[in-house]
Design a protein around this ligand. Structure first.
Ligand code: SIN
Length: 490
């Protein structure tokens, strides 16, 4: 197979189990649609329990040899996979745009983002150190070594169809684990394309297995992994209710869990902020993927002294954003993923307006473009009684809340069960220290809206989950520590 592929060559509608493309055991299929038009792109295998079990069987057979491969051998395979992703960045970017809807520049950017994790963990594979424990008793040598946890089940969302699965598979393979995975039903094609490239890169049969399933069948497919004691870890990115379900259902076999769950990110603008920088930072963080990321600011708190000015500055920039299909080279915001997403946005904006919010920009669907488009929106006079203050909108809507002092801003920011990302803008160094310590979140952006990096630990606190992805900490979630105590050495 050529290493540089066309978009059509990347579309694989079957499951990938034990190094082979196979239909679902039931023979069922479901349609994956383009959110911009509603057209079916491909009919994909609709898997159930039997397919999930076949994937686990393959992963179990492949585990001993992959675990025992030299770290530099695993690293070489991951480096080849990274290189293939980079060579095919345009076609992969187009596939992401096609099934997820984000503009091509963002789709291609996601390929580079996902590939950066693969490269990072390829390098980390060769740095899995243990410890020699300083001697405590004569005649005994005590060491701690790190071992792969075993089979990992990766369950991933639709908002970053490539990056989210790449940053789970890469550390798992680097650590010596084998993988079974299921991408979201809205966007399985990118993940299947990634597996095609992984196979081409030399990932051995059974080491990486991926099944697709419709919304209806996903529960029974995943249940097979939750209850199978051979699966030693679940890594999941998605909603908090689903994360809690996975934790509850897998408890019987006590698996290791990494849960990257919902956020309800606060973004605080203090009177002493550089307002131009704050507006730019908010645009970057809020409108990435049209507001469909779990680190997008969901509640923007602006101090009274700059409230009106900030609202005007922001509304002008937001009204100028170009909403268009991914195929338009000037598109900055594409369609939302599906009708459920649009319904939630409409419900949040209608509720806010009914409770007195003022629309400074947008505030409506853009039905002339297609069924799933919503205008980028700024709402002033938001209050904590509104639905959008306690639920993640996951769309291009910025509600502006007013506050008077720092303590009030911190209280409001932390008044949520979630704790993933948070942001604030201030030029006062003492305040920067106080607020960054006071925010209950796994990630804090200080005068910065773009936080994503493969070198940084990504993850939350409270009901945003646990575990970290990326960085030097990211491998730990795929490893367990074994203590060796050797006696009789006197
Ligand atoms: C997410 O939305 O779950 C991830 C966003 C990111 O990687 O920055």
């Amino acid at each position: 197979m050529a290493s540089k592929l066309e978009l059509k060559d990347l579309i694989r509608p079957d499951n990938f189990i034990d190094g082979k493309w196979v239909a679902a055991a039931s023979g069922k299929r479901f349609g994956v649609t383009n959110p911009a038009t509603g057209e079916v792109i491909a009919d994909v295998a609709d898997s159930g329990e039997a397919d999930a079990r076949a994937a686990t069987d393959a992963a179990a057979r492949a585990f001993p040899a992959w675990r025992d491969a030299l770290p530099k051998e695993r690293a070489a395979v991951l480096h080849r996979w990274h290189d293939l992703m980079m060579e095919n960045a345009d076609a992969l970017g187009r596939l992401i745009s096609l099934e997820q809807g984000k503009p091509f520049a963002e789709g291609r950017g996601e390929v580079l983002y996902g590939a950066s994790y693969v490269k990072w963990f390829a390098d980390e594979a060769t740095r899995i150190y243990g410890d020699i424990i300083p001697q405590q008793q004569r005649g005994k040598r005590m060491t701690a070594v790190k071992e792969p946890v075993g089979i990992v089940a990766a369950i991933t969302p639709w908002n970053f169809p490539l990056a989210m699965i790449a940053r789970k598979i890469a550390p798992a393979l680097a650590a010596g684990c084998t993988v079974v995975g299921k991408p979201a039903e809205d966007t399985p094609l990118t993940a299947l394309a990634l597996v095609l490239l992984a196979h081409e890169a030399g990932v051995p049969p059974g080491v990486l297995n991926l099944i697709a399933a419709s919304r209806e069948n996903a529960v029974s497919a995943v249940a097979s992994w939750l209850h199978d004691s051979r699966v030693r870890k679940i890594t999941f990115t998605g909603s908090t209710p689903v994360g809690k379900y996975l934790a509850r259902e897998s408890a019987e076999t006590l698996k290791k869990l990494s849960l990257e769950l919902g956020g309800n990110a606060p973004f605080i603008v203090f009177d002493d902020a550089d307002l131009d920088a704050a507006v730019t930072g908010l645009l970057v963080s809020k409108f990435r993927n049209g507001g469909q990321t779990c680190v997008c600011p969901n509640r923007v708190y602006v101090q009274s002294g700059v409230y009106e000015k900030f609202g005007d500055m922001l509304a002008k920039r937001v009204a100028a954003l170009k909403v268009a299909p991914a195929t338009d080279p000037d598109a900055q915001i594409g369609p939302m993923i599906n009708a459920r997403a649009i319904d939630k946005i409409v419900r949040h904006v209608d509720d806010a307006v009914a409770q007195g919010a003022r629309v400074l920009a947008g505030g409506k669907r853009l039905t002339a473009l297609g069924p799933n488009y919503y205008a980028p929106t700024v709402l002033a006079d938001a209050t904590s009684a509104m639905q959008l203050s306690c639920e993640e909108t996951f769309g291009p809507v910025v509600p502006l809340f007013r506050f008077d002092d720092e303590a009030e801003a911190l209280r409001a920011a932390n008044d949520t069960p979630f704790g993933l990302a948070s942001y604030f803008y201030s030029q006062d160094i003492r305040r920067i220290d106080r607020v960054s310590r006071g925010l209950e979140a796994g990630i804090v952006g200080i005068n910065e809206g773009a936080l994503a990096s493969e070198a940084a630990p990504f993850g939350g606190v409270k009901e945003s989950g646990y575990g970290r992805e990326g960085s030097k900490y990211g491998l730990d979630d795929y490893l367990s520590i074994k203590y060796l105590c050797q006696g009789g050495l006197e």
